[in-house]
Design a protein around this ligand. Structure first.
Ligand code: 13P
Length: 251
């Protein structure tokens, strides 16, 4: 019997929406949320974590941050530390999103430090990997994923507090979703990479979720794949009804 992994549907709101809109959307999500075994997470901008934690108190919806700084605290003007997002109500954090890699030059070494620190603070990490279009077209995408994983993870990582998000860069915000077969191929490869690093049942147990133009009309097909354990949703997570519809497809 294959392991039954609990699905995850996480909404990455990125730098969108004011606080009133965010509160309203959370209230609507709670109202529309279908009966589900999936873990449901909202990742709003930093200043909205605390007020939204009040809205989501005593509901099944959890909160996550979109990144944290790699150092615990100190003279890092404008940055936010892992303990702060925990204080503000986050239980999860996205680390290594391709937008952070692209616009802030985050490297594998940075991402590794962030993951270790986030986990030390009790956060569960959604670690993002994904190839660019030219890497897919030149057929080196599996090598790229292997490198992104191997430069960050080793057995010192707490794999019980780690989820991997496969987000092909060419599918983010473009409306071009990876086909279910394309995504599943990479998810299976990720599982193998994790097995190679930590052995045992880690490869089988780790949850690998897909991100990149996941919408209500393509979610069912993606989530039905053997190795896709959920979704990291950008654009469609800004609409409560769409987001909840995606949740309804997660087992
Ligand atoms: P879209 O769903 O808007 O393509 O964004 C995906 C993403 O980057 C989630 O982190």
């Amino acid at each position: 019997m294959p392991t039954k992994r609990t699905s995850i549907i996480a909404g990455n709101w990125k730098m969108n929406s004011g606080i009133n809109e965010g509160i309203q959307r959370c209230q609507e999500i709670v109202k529309l949320l279908p009966e589900t075994n999936a873990e449901v997470i909202i990742c709003p901008p930093f200043p909205h974590l605390y007020p939204l934690s009040e809205v989501l108190k005593n509901t099944p919806v959890m909160l996550g941050a979109q990144t944290v700084h790699k150092k615990a605290s100190g003279a890092y003007t404008g940055d936010v530390g892992a303990f702060m997002v925990v204080e503000a109500g986050a239980e999860w954090v996205i680390i290594g999103h391709s937008e952070r890699r692209q616009y802030y030059g985050e490297t594998g070494a940075d991402i590794r430090e962030k993951i270790l620190l986030a986990q030390d603070n009790g956060l569960t990490v959604i670690f993002c990997v994904g190839e660019r279009i030219e890497e897919r077209e030149s057929n080196v995408y599996l090598d790229v994923i292997t490198r992104q994983i191997n430069e960050v993870l080793d057995p010192s990582i707490n794999f019980d507090k780690l989820v991997i998000a496969y987000e092909p860069v060419w599918s983010i915000g473009t409306g071009k979703t990876a086909s279910p077969e394309q995504a599943n191929e990479v998810h299976m490869h990720i599982r193998q990479c994790i097995y190679n690093i930590n052995g045992g049942k880690t490869g089988e147990n780790i949850r690998v979720i897909y991100g990149g133009s996941m919408k209500p009309d393509n979610a069912a097909e993606l989530l039905a794949q053997t190795d896709i354990d959920g979704g990291l949703i950008g654009g469609a997570s800004l609409n409560a009804a769409d987001f909840c519809q995606i949740v309804s497809h997660a087992g």
